[in-house]
Design a protein around this ligand. Sequence first.
Ligand SMILES: *Cc1c(COP(=O)(O)O)cnc(C)c1O
Length: 356
Amino acid sequence: MTKHNFYAGPAILPKSVLQKASQAILNFSDMDLSLLEISHRSKQFEAVMDESKSLILEIMNLRDDYDVLFMGGGASSQFFMVPMNILKDDETACYVNTGTWASGAIKEARLFGNVNVLASSEDDHFRHIPKGFTIPSDAAYLHLTSNNTIYGSQYQSFPDSPIPLFCDMSSDIFSKRLDFSKFDLIYAGAQKNLGPAGVTIVVLKKSLIGRSARKLPTMLNYKSFSEKGSMYNTPPVFPIYVTMLTLQWIKEIGGLEVVENRNRAKAECLYNEIDRNSCFYGTVEKNDRSWMNVVFVPNNPEHENLFLEACKAEGCVGLAGHRSVGGFRASLYNALELKSVQVLVDVMKRFEEKYA
Ligand SMILES: *Cc1c(COP(=O)(O)O)cnc(C)c1O
């Protein structure tokens, strides 16, 4: 049965990427060896590292005053690595609390300096993105979370910041065009829009590296990764390779403009149905709705399991809301096709006919 994969992460990847990745597990780069059993220092794998890095900078339209690091530990490790590497003890870092992941980043930053939470939508169950807050010009940086994966809100524009702007883009990186040069540091775990779990991309201004002047273990120091091209130790070879294939795919289909148009069409298709259908409603303020994670709930709580069953019967999987929120969440990452969203919309229409 054809499956329509709405999982929030690890998430859907393009079929062609999965095919090439499986081929490389059997015979990588005509070496008659698997990608999984060769040296990461081979020239074939070094080419993968080089191409991954240059594709990221190319798609972001950034120059070589930025470095790209491939790290382990997930985006969650960046919650502490960012302040540990950049914030000095007596400095203040600014954060905006837009949900579970932003809260996690705030908690970890408090270990390394002062934290000023400029704004929070917690009192509103994170149903909107705070706006109009003042950014103090004497703080070390401002950290945002571009897409709130669990509650389904997303910045549709970013504030102009007088201080360096950092962003956790784990769940919407490369989902639309963006002026990436507005940001001084961007990080993203690969497993939502880029590849398998196991690698985290950190893109940062080279001038930030070593800024905190803290004594750090080698493997927690951006400097070691930067100086050694993310090869101080054995990097996560397979996640990096699959990420490279996804980046090639983005370029092949026409770059971020095409990706953006596809994602807009998918989000519109689903939100229009949520707004029309009497069985469901969307929980997030309309202007702040995420294109990546569409969160909605049934008007009748008894419909929750019934609807998930109806979805499953049509091959639509991964639609249960996050355990902390309930309801439904449809993740529409880059590789999900519009026709999968149309199948879901059909299920919603038929559900309404039967149960409304
Ligand atoms: C999933 C997610 C994380 C956590 O990522 P891990 O790689 O599992 O640590 C952090 N931030 C955001 C926005 C996420 O969506």
